[in-house]
Design a protein. Structure first.
Length: 376
């Protein structure tokens, strides 16, 4: 991989100042150690940024004036720059954030009784090209860095009203927006550390979900390092169909993927893996396919979340009817599988599952395609 392409893939930040928004505790401790400061400074600054929503160093009144002045020179707290905001009739909020070079990524906040779920993006576009997903149809440009990922959470908490109990609006975070989180592993894990840290967001691991299409080696790494809740975009019960719907299956077929899922679940007692299954009319929604899916998952630590397909421009798939989805769900339940159907939220503003497109200039795929043609 060339140096230029490597930089594009990793989403390196050209700003010479250090964005402290993207630093977990260990990294902030190293940063302040380099300034000759004690480790507790890292915890102070984490609390100011992630619990008190401070965006300026002069707000951090328990830091000395000299340190605040020094931080103003060498560091920043940069929230994502908002391009647009839309609110659905059902209360769902979608934000479009600038990501440079005329591109943008989307985040979605879903308010519910008792909780507020924020769906965040991890990449500008997605290289995996799942056939039923608007993000994949846009192509791929680069990974988001840690500050850009966690900044979506910070922005939401800064701009949404507090919950009735006085707590921040965001209680749950799902990595189900634009991109494949495990393809941006080195930036996603520090973001997860911030979400879990008692000095930052302090969220329970069960309130954080990483959704993957099935990058098996990274599933094992995630289990070792973070072990948050895991959701797997399965969408088919046999390799032939999944190869067509989810191309990563050609690298990590279903049997290999499921073995990694069971290893992940075994790391903690009572841990279940959620398998996401988008319902596509006449493609994967027959009773026979429900039986096949049950054969893969029953008597395993598995839950199934059926997702009514959400259409987007230029895609020929159609949503299974309500009766077909209900019959599919009942068949899985008859096999003893815990099965739910996801309620469609925000589809009137293209904020529903599979509809996030943002603005993506596809640079990497075209380069990789040229490389493939040249080597053929």
């Amino acid at each position: 991989m060339s140096a230029g392409l490597d930089k594009l893939m990793t989403g390196e930040d050209a700003d010479p100042r250090v964005n402290l928004l993207g630093k977990p505790e260990w990294a902030l401790t190293q940063f302040f150690d380099g300034l000759g400061e004690k480790p507790f400074r890292a915890r102070q600054v984490l609390k100011w940024i992630h619990q008190r929503n401070a965006t300026r160093f002069d707000q951090m009144t328990d830091l000395s004036k000299n340190l605040r002045a020094q931080l103003n020179e060498i560091a920043s707290i940069e929230l994502p720059k908002l391009v647009s905001e839309q609110t659905s009739a059902d209360g769902t909020v979608k934000w479009l954030f600038e990501s440079g070079a005329g591109q943008a990524v989307e985040s979605v906040f879903i308010p519910e009784v008792g909780r507020g779920t924020l769906c965040i993006s991890s990449q500008v576009g997605c290289v995996l090209d799942c056939s039923f997903c608007a993000t994949g149809a846009q192509g791929f440009n680069r990974n988001l860095n840690v500050g850009e990922i966690i900044g979506q959470v910070t922005y939401a908490n800064c701009h949404l009203p507090l919950r009735p109990n006085g707590q921040p609006a965001v209680t749950n975070v799902v990595f189900m927006g634009m991109g494949e989180p495990l393809a941006n592993y080195r930036n996603v894990v520090p973001a997860l550390e911030l979400l879990i840290s008692d000095y930052a967001y302090g969220l329970s691991r069960r309130r954080i979900t990483v959704s993957t299409s099935g990058i098996v080696p990274q599933i094992d790494k995630l289990g070792d390092e973070c072990n948050v809740s895991l959701a797997v975009s399965l969408h088919a019960a046999n390799d032939e169909l999944r190869d067509a719907l989810v191309p990563i299956n050609r690298v990590h077929p279903i049997s290999e993927l499921l073995d990694a899922c069971w290893r992940y679940a075994a790391r903690h007692a009572n841990r279940f893996i959620t398998f996401e299954y988008v319902m596509l009319k006449g493609v994967n929604d027959s009773i026979g396919e429900a039986d096949q899916l049950a054969g893969l998952l029953k008597r395993k630590p598995a839950k199934v979340n059926l997702i009514p397909f959400n259409p987007f421009k230029g895609n020929e798939f159609r949503r299974s009817s309500g009766k077909v989805i209900e019959a599919f769900q009942n068949r899985l339940r008859g096999h003893g599988l815990v099965t739910t159907t996801r309620k469609t939220r925000g589809d009137d503003i293209d904020a529903a599952c599979g509809q996030l497109a943002g603005k993506v200039r596809d640079r990497v795929r075209s380069r990789l395609g040229e490389k493939g043609r040249n080597s053929a």
